[in-house]
Design a protein around this ligand. Structure first.
Ligand code: GLN
Length: 203
């Protein structure tokens, strides 16, 4: 699918990590994308994506670029947000192994690299009532969700662990739908959320 000029515009935090893969996945779902590196890049967005990568590095770069505050404002503005892996860590209320700063917008506890190191990375089946049967998730040095608090819905599980959660317009995955072939159902879900709320923009 080629994005129409009138398609909703989604900003992808592009300081570090797999932001280019997110852009390709969103465009395949018919959305327009913009790389976000400065506060000015946030204006007029209909949605925001926090990519996978290294959350500690992202935290440092958010400070260097003075983006921590403006990004926090945009994340709270009511536009749909989609975060994968390191992005999920940036949104979690509590981060362990080790503890680090986060926006705390999702009432979840995440354990960084909670499935072990690279050796334990791979593509695993997901159990879900909202995703099509047979949907899988690619986990790469992924955070394990150790606890989920009030108001946060678990949409998919990897074995006994929550792997996809949503609170209001904030959707977060411990895995990487942007790295899988075709339009992954989780990317399609986010695209639907953005289209539904296309009247809401970051001011
Ligand atoms: N292990 C990374 C972190 O703690 C996340 C890995 C990923 O985003 N694929 O930030």
């Amino acid at each position: 699918m080629v994005s129409e000029p009138s398609a909703p515009l989604v900003g992808v935090l592009a300081l570090q990590g797999d932001f280019a893969d997110h852009e390709a996945a969103l465009q395949a779902a018919g959305l327009r994308t913009r790389q976000v590196r400065t506060a000015a890049d946030l204006r007029g967005l209909h949605g925001l994506v926090l990519p996978g990568g290294e959350s500690t590095t992202m935290l440092k770069l958010l400070d260097v670029d003075g983006l921590w505050g403006p990004l926090g404002y945009a994340l709270r503005s009511g536009v749909p947000v989609f975060a994968t892996c390191a992005g999920m860590i940036l949104l979690a209320e509590t981060v362990e192994n080790p503890s680090q700063r986060s926006y705390g917008l999702l009432p979840i506890t995440v354990v960084r690299n909670g499935y072990g190191r690279q050796y334990h990375s791979g593509t695993f089946p997901l159990r879900s009532d909202v995703l099509p049967a047979g949907t899988t998730g690619t986990f790469i040095r992924a955070p394990r969700v150790a606890a989920v608090g009030e108001g946060c819905e678990v949409l998919a599980w990897r074995d006994g662990d929550p792997a996809l959660v949503q609170k209001g317009v904030i959707l977060a995955a411990g895995f990487h739908p942007e790295l899988q072939h075709g339009v992954h159902p989780v990317v399609a879900r986010f695209a639907g959320m953005v289209r539904e709320r296309a009247g809401v923009v970051v001011g």
